[in-house]
Design a protein around this ligand. Structure first.
Ligand SMILES: [Zn+2]
Length: 88
């Protein structure tokens, strides 16, 4: 139990900043909707090194991605590719 709590704290310590998310989106397009942002943030917190290697072009062509097998990425990609708010 103590070990589990420790792991939880470790995950919390790797929070993804708004700026880290916004850098991935062109200024004229803006960041995703709150739900999309939350999904992308959870991907970044679960897979920090993969998130760090994300490029803006990965958000354009979601299928051409090295992250396709990662559950958190799939959740974001599915939302982002179908959400009208994210693509308004
Ligand atoms: Zn959305």
């Amino acid at each position: 139990m103590a070990k589990y709590l420790y792991v939880e704290r470790g995950v919390m310590a790797r929070q993804v900043s708004d700026a880290a998310i916004e850098r991935l989106f062109p200024v004229d397009k803006g960041p995703p909707c709150p739900e999309g942002t939350a999904l992308l943030r959870s991907f970044g917190e679960q897979w920090p090194s993969d998130f760090a290697s994300l490029k803006p072009s990965d958000l354009v062509d979601l299928r051409n991605s090295d992250f396709a097998d990662l559950r958190e990425w799939d959740a974001f990609a599915e939302h982002y590719s179908t959400c009208e708010l994210c693509n308004a």
